[in-house]
Design a protein around this ligand. Sequence first.
Ligand code: SF4
Ligand code: SF4
Length: 364
Amino acid sequence: MSELLFARYAPKNLEPVNTIGAKWARLLDALELAPTVKDRSVCVKMHLGGGTGFTTIHPYLARVLVRKLREAGARSVFITDSPGAVAAAVERGYTTETVGCPIVSLSGLADTFAVDHPVNPPLRDFTSVAIGGEIIHAEVLVDFSHVKGHGACGFGGASKNLSMGCVTQKTRGRIHALEGGLSWDRTLCTHCRACAENCPNEAISFDDQGTFEVFYHNCKYCQHCVLICPRKALAMEGGGYRDFQRGMALTTRAVLDTFAPDRRLFINLLANITIFCDCWGMTTPSLVPDIGILAGRDIVAIEQASLELIRTEDLIPGSLPPGWELGGHGHLFERIHAKDPYAVIEYLHEFGLGSRDYTLREID
Ligand code: SF4
Ligand code: SF4
């Protein structure tokens, strides 16, 4: 049974001291950071978003975290993400001035500063991952994640922030590739070209006969094309999302293995819970009201609690994209994306990374 701290977004009254900004500071005090970070270098892994997507973690929350880490005696603190996200972070308000510490690419400017680590156990030919050098060389990891939906695996939280977020683009592509390849149904396709126009990597084209082609060198297996196709003419085939989830869990384990268990902190923000991942580079309505912030030292527990706090009955009317409806059964994310979001938690638990049982200690 793991204990998680929980700061609820909803205030009990309208005094500023009872709102989330003040509770956030109290939550960090309750985490007792000093034994973990004193005299050590601390990397804060965030997803800084992209494009016009600004429903990521607000710079204010990052700034308070950085200040608390420093007050607890951290020797150095930096925020890190992939090279592209860091280069464009200023567009969404993240600068050294706003967050209070350097923002550095985890794998260098050219995405080549990385160290290969084995995955254990291997999944077919998925035997190693290239983890960003700045992650490897830090002494303490703060996994500061924004929880949201995800088309490829149901949801993105602490595990996705580490697995897809702490590795090079090449490794990221290999994790996505565990899902398989794209199939195209010519009989359904109207050649509207929405897939090609919305592929963030210009990987899709049509030949002279109108046949769909993918340049897999560029494809990141993000499935934007699958989801945007109005005719459902595209599908991702292969090992499926469960292999993708398992690959994420294996990579999460590889990243966490580079830090001693007492030098890992997990913080999940459950606000602006959008339908898709921040990597889509756009802002859409929140699916449910803002819930709060969870923090703890057990990645399994924090992922489990995050999903359990997101309830189908809280779905905000009008928050789904036009024409979308809830399907099937299960968790809200499963009814939207048809992927069991608990799968990655099952694998993280199988790999001994934590407990699915937890208690919540609410920060008043
Ligand atoms: S979005 Fe779908 S229907 Fe449109 S061109 Fe692409 S595959 Fe065809
Ligand atoms: S999966 Fe993503 S990167 Fe690959 S072709 Fe589709 S939209 Fe482009």
